[in-house]
Design a binder for this molecule. Sequence first.
Ligand SMILES: [Zn+2]
Ligand SMILES: [Zn+2]
Length: 226
Amino acid sequence: MTKITSSGESEISGLSATIQDYLSLLYVMERDGEAVVGSRLAELLRVTPPTVTNTLKRMTRDGLITMDKSGTHLTEAGWEAARVVMRRHMLMEWMMRATLPWSKLHSEAHHLEHAISAMTEAALLEQLGHPQTCPHGNPLPGCEEAVAGWVPLTQITLGQTATLRRIHELAEENADLLAFLERNGLLPGATLRVSEILPFNQTITVEVEGRAVVLGNAAAKYLFVE
Ligand SMILES: [Zn+2]
Ligand SMILES: [Zn+2]
């Protein structure tokens, strides 16, 4: 069984990369009040539902989550470990910001985040000036206040101008979507105007840098603006 201290610095080095990936997704879902559903996890992690079930059982055994009638939830130790995983992931994204295209940061950070130590994490935080969000605008654990005022693009009315601030963590899992957004200049900081809303079509068209970009509601709900 993996030893995780419930206070102070979590020792996550004993957790496999797979468990760390599960922890970060469970963290995002619980933080946002989204029910943890096995099939949804399977889709996001690109594994089969039985694989998810087995891994969740292992995590229950190791004291990271609880599973009962009320659903699947992180334990105190699970939260603690997940916060460390998330923070290291986001710091890795920032570290590669000058080197890689924005749309590649998330997937590359996934390879590196499992290898950094608490010492490197602290040094990076310092060097990066304690960022409150990742390069996609998602909050570092403990910085949720920083993004609380931003609303999903689906809540913006026709003709309104807004600044794109955040591409939600669950959208970061979709590499094709990230590449599409980057290609069309839809990065945090971009100014956009909602030029057409077609509810029957489930699309929202935005103008960005003089170009019209059509987004499906499924993607638009993950873009947060100010
Ligand atoms: Zn990411
Ligand atoms: Zn990110």
